[in-house]
Design a protein around this ligand. Sequence first.
Ligand code: ZN
Length: 354
Amino acid sequence: MDQLKPSDLAVHRERATGGLEEIISAVRYVIDGGIDDGGVLLALETLGGDFDIFRRIQLPFFTHFGPDERYLSQLAAQLAEEAGFPIRTPIIGTFSSTGYWTIPELVTVCLPAGDHGQLLAFPDLVHELAHILLHEADGGLTSRFLSQSIGPYATSLGTVDGDPEFADALHPQYQEWFIEFAADVIATYVCGPAYGWQNVRLRAQGGSDLAKPWQPAKPAPLGANTEPFSHPADNARATVIGAVLRGTGETVAADRIQAEWASLTAHVVQPPPVYEISYPQSVLDDVVSMTLEWCRDGDLTPYADADEHAVVAHIGRAWQLQLADPVAFAANEDTMVGDLRALVESGASTDSPS
Ligand SMILES: [Zn+2]
């Protein structure tokens, strides 16, 4: 791997090779007789799975690292610095087939190929950086929310929707949902209306998912496959984003985005009654107020205070032009993309891939 890395990737290389070396020494321990014969195959199978994760999810960040990934990594570093996120600098890959995603433990963020030229989508990058921030420095925010908000609320519920275990499932479900909501709150705080617009744009691209803005309407039943329940319902996320915009003085944008969301979802079926129990307004209010207070206490930079040369200001201007005059935006998009790239690359180190 050595010859593939620019010097500023050294820390990522060490993390990846360190993980690989752990797998190798564990395999050596197993085949040298370190565990009982009966457990050898199972141990090797587990280690094979670990190696597969390395091969499929970590290695491509290095094998696909080129000028665009380098630019995006610099862009992410600058976004984090301007927003006041005290996080390790992530490495960005562009091999995602499922939108933007992050593995905070590995300090990696993955985008679809070509998204270095997608100014309008960059608010989603801030959402992923917020995941890393919450992973590295949440300062007790998540446990505070779980114990002070959803915990007491879930305890107050009896049998819901014919399910006596509903409350037992709702509380742990919010361990995942709260992180997603909080990442939305932080991204809206930092990006302003652009995050709300990008959220609408992303959902509008969702095709069949657009017909399910209330799903998941309830937590994963205990013992069920949790994958379809990993993110809270899009409608609840839109509610939270709108509340953050109002809470930060962006009332006009909040109204416009809310109207756009309403028209986008006007023709889908009404929410099932259980939706309101899974996402009560009081809990969504807590999500917003507790996370906003946490943003302010942590001295994160709100959109209104961003420097005019900040990355989020570039993104905000791109969205303003797109909304006011889409034809003019289309005509100017390449220039705006190039201006931002020149700005970011001029401020970054000049190390080149070795
Ligand atoms: Zn997320």
